[in-house]
Design a protein around this ligand. Sequence first.
Ligand code: IMP
Ligand code: MG
Length: 376
Amino acid sequence: MKTKTAILGASWGDECKARLTHSLASRFDWVVKFNGGANCGATVYVNGKKYVHHLTPVIDCTNPDTKGFLGAGMAIHPPALLEELEMLEKDFPGYSKRLAVDPDAFAVMSAHIEEDKVKNAHIGTTNRGVGPTYTSKVDRRGTKIKKLLGSSNEYSDVLKKISDMGVQFKHSLELKNEFTDSRILFEGSQSVMLDINHGNYPFVTSSDCTVSGIYSSGFNFIRVDRAIGVAKAYTTRVGNGPFPTELEGEEAEKLRERGSEYGASTGRPRRVGWLDLPQLRYAVAKGGITCLTLAKLDILNGMKFVPVADSYHDGEPMSGSDFFDRKPHLVNVPGWSDASTLDKNVMNFVNYVEKSVGVPVDFVSTGVNPSDLHRL
Ligand code: IMP
Ligand code: MG
């Protein structure tokens, strides 16, 4: 069987998954999204220009051979999809023809967005209506895209435009033979720590962000042979909920500025802290992650020592609820002046993470250019 690789968030989202997806996309026939909605923001640079994908998969826009699929586990807001397609069509004509949407995905209706704003402020949601859409799904009163395609509704015109642009509506099973015989990159949204089942409930998103989300979105006919968990060399979180290695005050401000840590979907300043190894061990085990990518090592350039949490004073977390009020035990790992050299200290840091987490680090990223992604 041709390779089936997944990219999953190994922390609280915004781990630079998109930069890895974008770099690898050309080696795959399909990039498939399976969870979440316009709550995520995947930032990529093409020829120096910045693009933020929310609903569309991060395929290589310049390579007409890669195709994108929006799976049944997603919560899709048709106007947001149309807006994104129009933005991408301008620079990459024909982009929409390379996309297919599973009609079993659920639609985010405008009432869901209103409900998100009113009911979920205490979680710090992105207000994209994602939670209320999944709530209606589980409560068996949701609206599948399929139902909207055959009736007159608030999105009739929008869906007609999307279809006229060339987007196809196809179930994963209709493409079963093609998918089985293709190289697929599954692009996870959010992250294991925000997963509805295994994240820090209730400070979670409403979808399945682990490898099992791929299967439940209609892909039980394939097996994922590699799941790459992406983490930064430090940690960030946007929205509320526990964050054991969080920094405060000036130290936080400095790291936030250096890393440009502001939300891609909402512009909110991200909370920042040090790399958290108990958290990564938890995400690897609960997420089904088989190897790691460490991103943004360059942001820590010039630090004499890089603090890392090697354990919690209160024991190893076994559940998403075990991250509340935990005190991290920090160790200082020798720093580096230029991460891109992959010198002794950089590799020492990488090896330390591998040993502590128990899976290999396959890639490190030291900047936004394609040449800044290093395969180890
Ligand atoms: P929701 O997914 O909009 O319902 O938000 C639930 C929680 O997940 C909030 O804390 C959000 O900030 C967080 N969240 C949702 N999507 C992302 C993402 O793509 N990156 C980081 N955090 C996210
Ligand atoms: Mg993001």
